[in-house]
Design a protein around this ligand. Structure first.
Ligand SMILES: Cc1cc2nc3c(=O)[nH]c(=O)nc-3n(C[C@H](O)[C@H](O)[C@H](O)COP(=O)(O)O)c2cc1C
Length: 339
């Protein structure tokens, strides 16, 4: 029995959907969300999600097997919609009877939502606007994540607070909506739950947990950083619609500007088309993130982080972070006047 009665009551639809004790997802973070962190999140009562990123089907197969060996509770898999082998990856999830697949990185391609549902798994999609949220639900998404631009990694243009106000009153009563972006403490979780969210998703707050395999220098950079250090990348070529990425400012963020100019020139010369140009940009990020997370190159790598990074001050076990979030949420709800 949970100590967090008020929070658990508000999270009930979310926990029933996820099969977890708390409706707190740790959003997939490429290179960071591998078996150790994912299993730790799920074992601590939350819901861990493997970041497939650019993995091949064989690598994903191995990662799911490895996570199963460590996790005693359910976990999900995040697939990037633009992955060229998306349907093979869905097949790997089917083989392992993964219960929840999160589709990230744009509108799911035709047939992908259906393919996931056919294997009996639940589909979670990102909704960048109210209209798209409605469309995704109509086309079969079981739940939505609305993620504001405070978040780490690839971001949309609108803040979490505005998305929550636009989307929750319209959709949350009849649908499962998780709120993400900029969540560092439980008090704000309480507010989103009261607005109708069935749960939340955090990334930055968990990235430097004890169980995270991120390099010690990557973690140190997070502990040192303030909210204002986590800045969104700037688009330099009007033809090249790069999705902004929020990361700690360093040489790598400057290199991204240079990369865009380089890819823009290739477009000028006609040596790449728009699709290839965007793919090159995404490969740049995947490589840069790996350099920071795995190699600890905090100068040239990409330190993707959300604005909540200022609230990440030390290495803590996942279970302690989870308990703190739940206790803060419960304490906030306890101060509300009885209806
Ligand atoms: C280092 C890092 C890597 C991320 N990589 C991915 C990814 O591969 N796929 C994805 O859907 N989201 C990715 N995200 C976003 C998270 O899943 C999550 O939605 C986000 O971190 C939530 O906002 P917060 O950082 O403010 O907590 C990443 C975030 C971070 C900080």
């Amino acid at each position: 029995m949970s100590h967090f009665l008020k929070t658990s009551a508000l999270m009930q639809r979310g926990t029933a959907f996820l099969g977890s004790e708390y409706a707190i997802l740790c959003g997939a973070m490429s290179w960071v969300s591998e078996r150790n962190l994912v299993a730790a999140i799920s074992n601590a009562g939350g819901f861990g999600v493997i970041a497939c990123g650019a993995m091949t089907p064989e690598l994903l197969d191995g990662e799911i097997t490895g996570t199963k060996a460590l996790a005693r509770k359910p976990f999900g898999v995040n697939l990037i919609t633009m992955h060229p082998q998306l349907f093979e990856l869905i097949g790997v999830c089917a083989k392992h009877k993964v219960g929840h697949v999160v589709l990230a990185g744009g509108i799911p391609p035709k047939g992908s939502v259906e393919a996931i549902r056919e294997l009996g798994a639940k589909v979670i999609c990102f909704a960048p606007t109210l209209a798209l949220g409605k469309k995704l639900l109509r086309s079969g998404a079981d739940a939505l994540v609305i993620e504001g631009m405070e978040a780490g990694g690839h971001i949309g243009p609108v803040s979490t607070s505005v998305l929550a106000q636009e989307i929750l009153p319209e959709l949350a009563e009849d649908n499962l909506i998780f709120v993400a972006g900029g969540i560092g403490r439980g008090e704000v979780i309480a507010s989103y739950l009261e607005m109708g969210a069935c749960g939340v998703q955090l990334g930055t707050r968990f990235a430097c947990a004890t169980e995270s395999i991120a390099h010690p220098d990557f973690k140190k950079a997070f502990f040192r950083a303030n909210a204002r250090d986590a800045i969104a990348s700037v688009q330099v070529d009007p033809r090249l619609p790069v999705i902004p990425v929020r990361a700690l400012k360093n040489k790598g963020t400057e290199e991204f500007t240079a990369k865009q100019i380089e890819v823009g020139k290739l477009l000028d010369q006609g040596s790449v088309d728009m699709g290839e140009a965007q793919l090159r940009i995404e490969h740049f990020w995947a490589g840069a993130l790996r350099r920071a997370v795995i190699d600890g190159d905090v100068e040239n790598g990409s330190l993707m982080a959300g604005q909540s990074v200022g609230m990440v001050t030390k290495e803590e076990p996942v279970a302690e972070i989870m308990a703190a979030l739940m206790a803060e949420c419960e304490a906030a709800l306890a101060t509300r006047k009885a209806a």
